[in-house]
Write a protein that binds this ligand. Structure first.
Ligand SMILES: Cc1cc2nc3c(=O)[nH]c(=O)nc-3n(C[C@H](O)[C@H](O)[C@H](O)COP(=O)(O)O)c2cc1C
Length: 398
């Protein structure tokens, strides 16, 4: 016999629906007195592209919606940014003249656009449909724009939060700290290597799907204005080869799967590059078609934990444009190369890779034999660091 389902009381409804996250928007307008008014909604949604329609659902008891509807034929939807929680709280609280502390300017339709929102959408009322204790308001889009390249404010289980790209973000701070402590043991070694070679030397650790610079010593003549310390690079083909299949790194399948819809040839090339790096024990990247300044800028954007998915995609397309420049088959002694960086693994006593030691800011047009000499210095330094890490592990009980 079928069991009678439990009744759907208000608390259950709120609790279950609260597990679905929403963005936060403010629907604004100008009242008859010429004053800005607005209400916070989590029910804003896109409805139709052709014709362009959007919707939101105000409570039938909302006085603000009543004024919005009665005083104007148009309204503007403002998509709040992640750093605008205070604006949300101000406008959602009861009271009048809520815009007194909220800076805004006029949309083409004459409605308030709150300064700093991610996007705004100017609408005419298309229809207002019955939706139980709410109205379903359909708006016909008249004008719209994205005004700020940042992440939106999110609402989930009655709390505010923000979007972050990439899995395994949780725990990454703890992991980064663990590797930063490990790198600290090697500080003198990388300082000496950087000063002897007059280059930038760094230690890079695998954290989630990224490789993070956990120690940097820069003695290159051009010395970067912003240190790479804390910068992130995705472990995605052809990058991060030395971490693939290592503890805390990605498995080979997971690494390859980050190529997504790439061609079978690209998959094959990535496998070949990985095999090459594993066989020779070092990784090299040549300078590609991006200028150092463009590369630096892309790295800064990718390293921002609040990067948007679009910014992440644009960085990944930079990486795939440089695919051929990574892991050249060989560095012939008599040929000249423009090298972006050279890396070697730093292993634990058990043989697993924990960090990579990297040389960057190399002068242009270095001969293959000079580069091999650099690689030897890197390997010698890595083996000294390995001894320091092993000695530290012996001193610290697990
Ligand atoms: C994150 C968030 C989402 C909200 N979403 C809605 C909504 O979709 N519809 C609605 O009527 N009220 C929503 N509210 C409540 C209204 O913003 C506001 O508090 C309410 O309309 C006040 O009623 P009043 O217009 O009578 O002053 C939301 C409030 C918050 C903080």
């Amino acid at each position: 016999m079928a069991q009678t389902p439990p009744p759907i009381d208000n608390d259950r409804f709120r609790s279950v629906l609260g597990s679905y996250p929403t963005g936060v928007a403010v629907v604004t307008g100008i009242d008859k007195q010429g004053e800005p008014i607005g209400m916070v909604v989590g029910t804003f949604t896109s409805v139709s592209i052709d014709p362009p329609l959007v919707a939101f659902l105000p409570m039938k008891t909302s006085r603000t919606f009543q004024t919005l509807r009665e005083d104007s034929d148009t309204f503007c939807v403002n998509i709040l940014a992640a750093d605008q929680e205070h604006i949300c709280r101000t406008l959602a609280a009861p009271g009048d003249k809520k815009f007194a502390t909220v800076p805004w300017h006029k949309s083409p339709g004459g409605n308030p656009i709150i300064d700093g929102v991610v996007a705004w959408i100017d609408c005419k009322y298309a229809s207002v449909v019955d939706g139980g204790d709410h109205h379903i308001v359909l708006g016909s889009v008249q004008a719209m724009d994205r005004s700020r390249d940042t992440t939106p404010l999110l609402f989930f289980q009655r709390g505010y939060g923000r979007f972050s790209t990439g899995p395994m973000v949780i725990g990454s701070e703890r992991e980064t700290l663990h590797y930063a402590r490990l790198a600290e043991i090697a500080r003198e070694e990388i300082e000496r290597l950087a000063s002897d070679s007059q280059l930038e030397c760094s230690l890079v650790a695998p954290v989630g799907h990224d490789a993070v610079y956990v120690a940097v010593a820069d003695h290159s003549p051009q010395r970067r204005a912003n240190s790479r310390l804390g910068a992130r690079v995705p472990v995605t083909p052809p990058l991060g080869t030395l971490f693939v299949g290592e503890p805390n790194g990605l498995s080979e399948e997971a690494w390859l799967s980050r190529l997504g819809k790439a061609s079978p040839e690209t998959y094959e090339q990535a496998r070949a590059k990985l095999a090459r790096v594993r066989a020779r024990g070092w990784s090299a990247a040549l300078v590609g078609n991006l200028t150092p300044a463009e590369l630096e800028q892309a790295l800064i954007v990718y390293s921002n934990p609040q990067r948007t998915p679009e910014q992440e995609r644009s960085f990944l397309s930079c990486v795939s444009a440089m695919f051929d420049m990574h892991e050249p088959e060989q560095l012939s002694p008599d040929e000249e190369y423009d090298v972006l960086q050279l890396s070697v693994p730093v292993r634990q006593a058990c043989g697993k890779v924990v960090l990579t030691l990297r040389m960057g800011a190399l002068p242009p047009k270095l001969s293959g034999s000079t580069l091999h000499a650099y690689l030897q210095r890197l390997e010698a330094c890595a083996s000294r660091i390995e001894k320091l890490i092993a000695a530290q592990a012996e001193r610290t009980p697990a």
